[in-house]
Design a protein around this ligand. Structure first.
Ligand code: UD1
Length: 421
């Protein structure tokens, strides 16, 4: 199993390019099931989750080719299978995205029920309820969601709370429904908006994306839009911004979308960071730090709120802030495993009832630590970059799921980090 070995204490300097967003690419890949024609995607990140989704589509019978770095061509006209087995779904929860598209295309599907994950229970009840409201016949049998429907029908769906996955999934399924589907309390994340844009280019009739109420007027068929470019990864961009500020370095992050990062940048500014944004909003330069990191009060919530996927990285930064910070998790109350690993590096963090209290310490010291999930891994690496001595981060397969060339990009910025087997 691969590990990262990090020698802390080196400021990051230079320029780093942000890759495409895996959380945008995953539903786009699944949506190709709705369109039995070749589609080419650009700016696809080279990460394990994308390879897993590609393999799932291949297992279903699709032709999926990585033409070159970032460019993938998918043709689902050859799909004949309608089962997504447990060993794929347990590796990647986003496999659930194929359920709705398979029902729509083939009238039936069997998709393994995902389990919990490192940061607590993650049910898919909104997905199932939405499909049922669209008149799919759905049962759970032997750990599988077994679904059938001749055609999905019009429905009014209202979520109890915002869900990125359920909004994206049901929007895909509804795009070929017979009639109108409304989704109230829809998620506003950029990954949902870009999926709507993709489906619209393919001929879907969708309005209200990026607002609380999505309206989808089903059409009879979708056509390939030819090519589609994946949006930049806002979480990857945010991770490099935090890394730059923490280490006191000077880093320009390119090919990002500032609009998607507003709340994260507001918090970074509140922590004392100074930065410059390029006129066309595609790049961000974090300026050298000449004072202590200020403590923060953070509450994670759905977009445009502070993203739960940036919580761990900010916690690593606040571990060395000048004062006490409070982090409240509004999405996953149990998503604090990284806090315990950070304390192994000397951080002073207490977690109770979905709230972490982080008392900044003067310095962290290197130690062996273990990653528990994707963003937790990134947080441990960031902590390792500022810790005195050597930090070894184990189980980085979590990190490989979602960060393209993480150690290579950091090393190019001057970090002393290497991958060892
Ligand atoms: C997506 C992201 C993940 C991010 C999360 C929240 C992808 C592939 N993953 O996950 O990185 O951390 O959004 O921003 O895009 N919920 C239910 N029932 C459901 C669905 C969700 O109760 O059927 C709850 C969840 O437990 C959670 C909240 O709703 O508390 C939001 O989850 P959701 O937005 O669905 O997360 P994902 O789409 O799984």
């Amino acid at each position: 199993m691969d590990k990262f070995v990090i020698e802390g204490g080196h400021k990051l300097r230079g320029t780093v390019r942000v890759s495409g967003a895996k959380n945008a690419a995953l539903p786009l890949f699944a949506a190709t099931i709705l369109i039995p024609e070749p589609i080419t995607f650009l700016n696809v990140p080279d990460v394990a989750d994308i390879r897993t989704m590609a393999q799932l589509l291949r297992d279903l019978g699709a032709k999926v080719h990585r033409i070159e770095k970032g460019v993938w061509r998918i043709d689902t006209s050859t799909i004949s299978e309608t089962v997504a087995p447990y060993d794929v779904v347990k590796r990647m929860r986003a496999s659930i995205y194929v359920l709705g598209p398979l029902i729509v295309r083939f009238g039936k599907a069997r998709v393994s029920l995902p389990g919990g994950c490192a940061f607590g229970p993650r049910p898919v009840d909104f997905h199932i309820r939405g499909l049922k409201l669209m008149q799919a016949d759905i049962k759970v049998e032997h750990g599988y969601i077994v679904a059938q429907a001749e055609r999905l029908r019009s429905a009014s769906i209202a979520f109890d709370k915002k869900s990125v996955g359920a909004t994206a999934h049901l929007m895909m399924a509804a795009s070929l429904a017979d009639g109108k589907v409304t989704i109230e309390n829809a998620a506003l994340e950029p990954e949902v908006v870009t999926l709507a844009e993709f489906l619209k280019l393919a001929g879907a009739k969708i309005s209200g994306e990026g607002t609380d109420e999505l309206v989808i007027e089903g059409v009879d068929a979708l056509k390939s839009p030819g090519e589609f470019e994946v949006i930049p990864d806002r979480i990857e961009a945010g991770t490099y911004a935090v890394a730059a500020y923490m280490t006191g370095g000077e880093v320009t992050i390119t090919d990002l979308c500032i609009e998607h990062l507003r709340t994260v940048l507001e918090k970074l500014r509140e922590a004392g960071s100074e930065f410059e944004m390029d006129k066309n909003s595609r790049s961000l330069s974090i300026l050298p730090r000449n004072s202590e990191i200020k403590p923060l009060d953070i509450f994670t919530s759905p977009f445009p709120g502070f993203p739960t996927d940036m919580q761990a990285q900010f916690m690593a930064m606040l571990a060395i802030a000048d004062g006490t910070s409070v982090i409240r998790e509004g999405i996953y109350p149990d998503r604090f495993k990284h806090a315990f690993e950070l304390t192994r590096l000397g951080a002073d963090i207490k977690v109770d009832d979905g709230i972490a209290v982080v008392k900044g310490v003067k310095e962290l010291t290197g130690a062996p630590v273990m990653a528990s999930d994707l963003r937790a891994s990134a947080a441990l690496v960031l902590a390792g970059l500022v810790a005195r001595g050597t930090t070894v981060v184990d189980r980085i397969y979590h990190l490989d799921r979602g960060y393209e060339d993480f150690e290579l990009k950091l090393a190019a910025l001057g970090a002393h980090i290497k991958r060892v087997s």
